[in-house]
Design a binder for this molecule. Structure first.
Ligand SMILES: [Ca+2]
Ligand SMILES: [Ca+2]
Length: 107
């Protein structure tokens, strides 16, 4: 499996339609929305754990999450801790995207 196709795009700086910020990948945004079970715009630790357990397999099957990104409760909790940079026990999209984009190599 070649991963080279993942690193294309965003080479030009002329695209400026204002419809896309490049601070995070679309995949991170999509995953965040999938995990935000109550759709309030932030992720709690419980949401991350529950959502990855309930939705993770189907997200992985559809290519929206690496299979190796699936983990048990401890792994999900660790992911939460890694992402919660300011320690307020909720993840913003920005916090979440920064970690998953790096960890999953999406950006
Ligand atoms: Ca939420
Ligand atoms: Ca936070």
């Amino acid at each position: 499996m070649a991963a080279s196709s993942l690193v294309t795009g965003c080479v030009g700086s002329t695209a400026d339609d204002g419809n896309e910020d490049d601070t995070m990948s679309d995949k991170a945004r999509k995953l965040f929305e999938a995990l935000d079970l109550d759709e309030n715009g932030t992720l709690t630790r419980a949401e991350v754990i529950i959502a990855l357990r309930t939705k993770g397999p189907s997200l992985a099957a559809s290519g929206d999450l690496p299979f190796w990104g699936l983990g048990d409760e401890d792994a999900s909790s660790a992911l939460f801790d890694a992402a919660d940079q300011n320690g307020d026990e909720v993840l913003t999209l920005e916090e979440f995207a920064a970690v998953v984009d790096r960890r999953f190599g999406w950006r």
